[in-house]
Design a protein. Structure first.
Length: 171
């Protein structure tokens, strides 16, 4: 990842608030997750990257005393309202998986006795064209759509002219 990085205190506060209040992340409560803003162009596969969850290497763990980092696109962050910021941080936290041992306890690193994390993928991977042509034909696509109906929706557009991200609520 190229670009420049800086401490992201606002993101850290959101991480701490989510980990304290959300039961879905109870396995992450004993993990030290740090946050950084990334500035500069950040694209992957032709799309702007908003954030990335990363499990730290042994050297990075030693240097930072953390298990993971959430990296947020600072250029996009400024266009997000508080709810969208929380949604983005929650999205990145969902990428972390805490593996367990045969007794169901979180696995710990043998050297530093701190939690071991893994990255897990998204719940759904589908193309808009397939959904337009065939509908919600896969079980996980239907489940994802049902979950989307339960919450208030966020929509995002990127202007190709000036590379600005516009976000708005969809009711």
């Amino acid at each position: 990842m190229s670009g420049s990085y800086e401490q992201a205190d606002e993101v850290i506060m959101i991480i701490q608030r989510i980990l304290k209040s959300e039961n879905e992340f109870k396995d992450l409560k004993n993990c030290n997750i740090i946050a950084r803003f990334r500035t500069g162009n950040w694209n992957s596969k032709g799309r702007q990257v908003l954030g990335r969850a990363k499990v730290l290497t042994a050297l990075e763990r030693y240097e930072t005393k953390a298990e993971a980092v959430i990296i947020i696109n600072k250029n996009a962050w400024q266009f997000l309202d508080d709810r969208m910021k929380e949604a983005l941080v929650t999205h990145e936290l969902c990428h972390y998986l805490v593996p367990t041992d045969k007794h169901g306890s979180p696995k710990l690193n043998k050297n530093d006795k701190r939690p071991v994390l893994q990255i897990c993928g998204h719940d759904i991977e589908e193309f808009q064209l397939v959904v337009k042509k065939y509908g919600l034909w896969m079980t996980n696509t239907r489940e994802f759509f049902d979950a989307a109906r339960q919450g208030e929706q966020l929509s995002m557009e990127t202007s190709k002219e000036n590379n600005v991200v516009y976000l708005h609520m969809v009711n």
